[in-house]
Design a protein around this ligand. Structure first.
Ligand SMILES: Cc1cc2nc3c(=O)[nH]c(=O)nc-3n(C[C@H](O)[C@H](O)[C@H](O)COP(=O)(O)OP(=O)(O)OC[C@H]3O[C@@H](n4cnc5c(N)ncnc54)[C@H](O)[C@@H]3O)c2cc1C
Length: 470
């Protein structure tokens, strides 16, 4: 066992932990990062599979994600647009396939009207919600104790409109059934992206990608931090703490430090043991944020054949197994890649099948949108974060019904020298890499102010780096 000393020990080398380390080092603080996996990047992860570049985890950046844009600038990383040209495909409840252009789903005039009405209500409420403090909304308790599905049903009697609007937040974002999380949680998701209209606009929310891939952002940060300060294959198993110091015990390195940043998803906070145990409130709170579950499907073809039919590759169907499909061809790749998503209970059903059956079911669902050629990809790969010990789901965590207004107000409170930072605790950029960057910057700034006797501006949003390299 190696014993080392640093100013700050960081648990987790995902985007939040690496950003915090990068900022702390700019002020001359010494850091060590304990990372459980054999790589950095956490829920952002790229692999070459069958010769194709596959972004297994997070990949897209949208215009509101200014913190991630500023980090990309700082690291010299460029972005490129997702392929969006051509018509989209929609499959309705009865299996009817429609090729369409424009923003509205082809679901009949009356339903389009109801969808627009629901989006307008969501936009109005989201504008009243401070993403950093959604629990301060005057109706927070009421909104947090009704499921998103039932709340939508209270606003319209059109079940198709409820299903279509539910798709964006339930299947598309929180990856939990719309009956299992609250309307307030849905509003936080909308407010964190600027508005609900932003979330439902795939051209906005899935706007661009990183030329290095999204994991490349973490790899570049790791390069700047230095390999000597990053301890891979070192899950933190035990944390000893007092009022102003910690000893973080990894698998084969122990770090004595003044502060620790837990830059891991909240569903894993209970994984290490704490000596002494965390106070009652944190022990209770940390049980109420759980991971959603989604399968990200990657299918690579010899060419992007759908473009030849004037199709963009964008497909939606709230009732299909694969609810969303997009053209996901990597920068300058002559081959064509589709990405699809199988969410929550549909994902459960898929993991219950054997490998071949699962592949057939998923490809048949995608072929219903884009035709027979979809059935024969050269490469087929399923992202399976649910089976990853150091994540346990995808994309991120959210509160159970009623949990956000009850436990949210203290979720970012430090416990003595222990700080919590993750995209799952962010306001702006919640559940996204942008939120991880903001949390990393904000937590680093809080710790520097505390250690150096300075002041921390609670309104700092992490959009820009707080420190210039000394
Ligand atoms: C399939 C998928 C698709 C996504 N798509 C997008 C997208 O398109 N755009 C977007 O912006 N976001 C997307 N996201 C979300 C984004 O990836 C996350 O918000 C972001 O990675 C969170 O960063 P983080 O640092 O807070 O946590 P993580 O990335 O989870 O990093 C936490 C790190 O902590 C480590 N760890 C855990 N426990 C321990 C321990 N005890 N000791 C030491 N280390 C530990 C983990 O191994 C991990 O490396 C997606 C996520 C998934 C899974």
């Amino acid at each position: 066992m190696q014993n080392i000393e640093r100013d700050v020990v960081i648990v987790g080398a995902g985007p939040a932990g690496l950003t915090a380390a990068l900022e702390l080092k700019k002020t001359g603080k010494t850091v060590a990062i304990l990372e459980a996996r054999d790589r950095v990047g956490g829920r952002t992860w790229t692999n070459t599979i069958g010769g194709a570049t596959i972004e297994i985890g997070g990949q897209w950046i949208s215009p509101d994600q200014t913190a991630l844009y500023s980090l990309a600038d700082e690291l010299g990383i460029e972005t490129y647009p997702r392929w969006k040209e051509g018509a989209s495909v929609f499959i309705d409840h009865d299996g009817k396939r429609t090729v369409y252009t424009g923003e509205d789903f082809p679901v009949g005039e009356a339903t389009v009207g109801e969808i627009d009405k629901l989006i307008a209500i969501m936009d109005e409420l989201a504008a009243q919600v401070n993403p950093d403090k959604p629990w301060e909304h005057p109706e927070a308790k009421e909104l947090d104790t009704i499921s998103f599905h039932h709340w939508l049903e209270s606003k319209t009697s059109d079940p198709v409109a409820v299903e279509c609007v539910g798709l964006f937040i339930a299947g598309g974002m929180l990856t939990k059934p719309a009956k299992t999380f609250s309307a307030l949680q849905a509003l936080l998701m909308a407010a964190s992206a600027g508005s609900f209209s932003n979330l439902v606009d795939e051209d906005f929310i899935l706007d661009r990608r990183m030329s290095t891939t999204m994991q490349g952002v973490s790899l570049k940060m790791a390069e700047r931090i230095g390999a000597e300060d990053i301890f891979l294959n070192n899950p933190m198993l035990r944390l000893e703490w007092s009022d102003d110091s910690v000893v973080a015990h990894g698998k084969d390195v122990s770090v004595s430090a003044k502060r620790v940043i837990m830059a891991i998803p909240p569903n894993l906070y209970t994984r290490p043991s704490y000596e002494p145990p965390l106070p009652r409130w944190q022990q209770v709170t940390h049980q109420h944020q759980s991971m959603g579950l989604v399968i990200k499907v990657h299918a690579v073809y010899d060419r992007p054949f759908w473009r030849e039919q004037g199709l963009s590759g964008t497909c939606f169907s709230p009732s299909s197994l694969v609810q969303e499909v997009y053209d996901n061809t990597f920068l300058n790749d002559p081959r064509g890649t589709l990405v699809g998503f199988v969410s929550d209970e549909k994902a459960d059903a898929m993991w219950a099948l054997g490998e071949e059956e699962r592949k057939t079911a998923i490809l048949e669902s995608m072929a219903a949108f884009l035709g027979e050629e979809t059935l024969n990809p050269e490469v087929f790969y399923l992202s399976d974060f649910g089976s990853e010990e150091w994540t346990r789901g995808a994309y991120a965590t959210s509160y159970d019904l009623g949990g956000l207004h009850r436990f949210g107000p203290t979720q970012n409170d430090a416990v003595g020298p222990i700080y919590f930072a993750s995209s799952d605790l962010a306001g702006e950029g919640y559940q996204h890499v942008d939120g991880a960057v903001r949390m990393g910057r904000r937590t680093a700034a809080r710790i520097v102010a505390e250690l150096d006797g300075g002041s921390y501006d609670e309104s700092f949003d992490g959009a820009v780096s707080p420190f210039v390299k000394a």
